[in-house]
Write a protein that binds this ligand. Structure first.
Ligand SMILES: [Mn+2]
Length: 489
């Protein structure tokens, strides 16, 4: 980030009055500019990007557009130079450069690492391909791009420009993607995300002083940037509202450009103020399911102080998206399928695990056999059963045991007793107590058996008609019997 645009511009404006009055040529005719954005050429998008851009170029060339602007993200995800998609993009740029000068702006770094577009400078045909990869101004004089040395033209630079090239057709104010990390490092800002907006607003205001001046000479002014305008709406219908967006709409109008051409948001939209217009064309094609609105490019007509932008729609993919809460409704799908020929269809449903077999995927695929693509996304909800209802609301383990006993219909008292033993005693103490209980019981019974003759039961309590041997507990097995039950008995 340079310091130059912080300087007051009054000295510069004073210098302008020295320019020869004969140079005040008003350009009567509107300049026709084709504005493309977010082409996202990549192996996955190649068919969509190239079909839509080919259509757009044909229209732009047919309409005799005089300048073309690409406002960022021409490529997607670090497109490699040997990818057929890169060659396809290069072929389109070359094709267009036979007809008019092209300005290409650096887009999002993750899509378009700095340097990617440099190769495209080399393939110009009749007209130049200019790559804007820094914050600056650039004049288009006939078919020659003349950049400012710093962030904006100085009065001296403009004098030289006019002397060498005459009055420019357009002066562009270029604000490519701003690297917030670089800004944070160079400016020492703790919170670069929110500070970026402030810096850009200051720059745009400074550039606005120059743009207002050259407009008085009859020069058209165009801003080009790649970023998010606070309050815009995404291709998914989500309003972008926050403090970490690059621009406010007011800051963009402060740049005093007749036309402000934006990229980054994939949905076409525009704002107008006193005849000047700020607009996104959106992406050239439809790259994702669920994107709303038409796709296309903008055909601008630009006069000093007045601009219009018309969306020319491209033959972008048509998508159909449907979501079911439960198993898909085959009747409804059949109705949709009738209108889905050649379209891209996404069907989503949410279903419980035990019902997942109810859905016949092959039948769905067959319904949409004439569609370009059927994307099926089933969300399976795992079965979650309430095994002990209410148990999670009790606090202590003893309370949970009581609740469990209620639910399964057992007596809670002995169970809770065992729990308190487990909590109070160690394993050996519990085992010893169980064993001693068993030993005592066995000894007592053995004693009873040996001291009581079969014919003389009189010294035992009278248990009625039952012989005492009938009350003898069966021999307990360590592995299979409930020793605790024996102790409790
Ligand atoms: Mn993009």
């Amino acid at each position: 980030m340079r310091e130059a645009f912080w300087l007051p511009f009054s000295f510069f404006l004073a210098g302008l009055s020295a320019l020869p009055i004969l140079e005040f040529v008003m350009h009567g005719n509107a300049l026709r500019v084709a504005h493309f954005s977010d082409l996202h050429y990549s192996p996955a998008n190649l068919v969509e990007s190239d079909r839509c851009l080919a259509f757009g170029l044909e229209r732009a060339i047919g309409d005799a557009c005089q300048v073309a602007v690409f406002s960022g993200d021409a490529t997607d995800h670090r497109l490699e130079v040997h990818a057929p998609a890169f060659a396809a993009l290069a072929r389109r740029v070359h094709q267009l450069s036979r007809h008019c000068p092209i300005l290409m702006l650096q887009g999002t770094f993750s899509h378009e690492p700095p340097g990617t577009l440099d190769l495209l400078r080399l393939i110009d045909a009749q007209h130049p391909v200019y790559v804007a990869d820094r914050i600056h101004q650039v004049a288009l004089c006939g078919s020659v791009f003349v950049p400012s040395d710093d962030a904006a033209f100085s009065p001296a630079e403009l004098d030289v420009l006019l002397a060498q090239h005459g009055m420019p057709e357009v002066i562009f104010t270029c604000v490519p993607t701003v690297n917030k990390a670089t800004l944070a490092a160079t400016a020492g800002i703790a919170d670069a995300a929110t500070a970026v907006g402030g810096y850009l607003a200051a720059y745009l205001k400074a550039a606005g002083a120059i743009n207002r001046q050259v407009r008085e000479w009859g020069v058209r002014t165009i801003g080009v940037s790649h970023g998010t305008v606070n309050g815009c709406e995404t291709e998914h219908g989500v309003p972008m509202a926050g403090f970490d967006h690059e621009f406010s709409i007011g800051a963009l109008f402060d740049a005093e450009c007749d036309a402000f051409m934006l990229g980054h948001i994939h949905r076409a939209q525009q704002w107008e103020r006193e005849g000047r217009v700020v607009a996104y064309p959106g992406s050239i094609g439809r790259f994702h399911y669920g994107e709303i609105g038409a796709k296309g490019f903008l055909r601008w007509n630009i006069e000093p102080g007045r601009a219009t932008a018309e969306l020319i729609t491209t033959p972008a993919r048509e998508t159909i998206c449907v979501d079911f809460d439960g198993p898909p409704d085959m009747q409804r799908l059949a109705e949709m399928a009738a209108d889905a020929m050649g379209k891209f269809v996404r069907i989503r449903w949410t279903i419980n695990e035990e019902h997942r077999q109810l859905v016949d995927r092959e039948a769905i695929q067959a319904l949409f056999a004439a569609s370009a693509e059927v994307k099926i996304e089933a969300r399976i909800l795992p079965a979650v059963r309430s095994r002990a209802e209410g148990i999670s609301r009790t606090v202590t383990l003893a309370e949970k045991l009581v609740r469990w006993s209620e639910l399964v219909g057992v007596d809670a008292t002995p169970v809770v007793d065992r729990l308190s033993q487990l909590e109070r005693l160690d394993a050996k103490a519990i085992a010893d107590s169980v064993l001693s209980g068993l030993t005592a019981t066995t000894a007592l019974l053995e004693e009873q058996e040996s001291t009581v003759p079969a014919d003389q039961p009189a010294n035992l309590p009278d248990l009625g008609a039952e012989p005492i041997a009938a009350a003898h507990p069966p021999q307990l097995e360590w592995l299979s019997d409930d020793l605790f039950a024996a102790e409790a008995a």
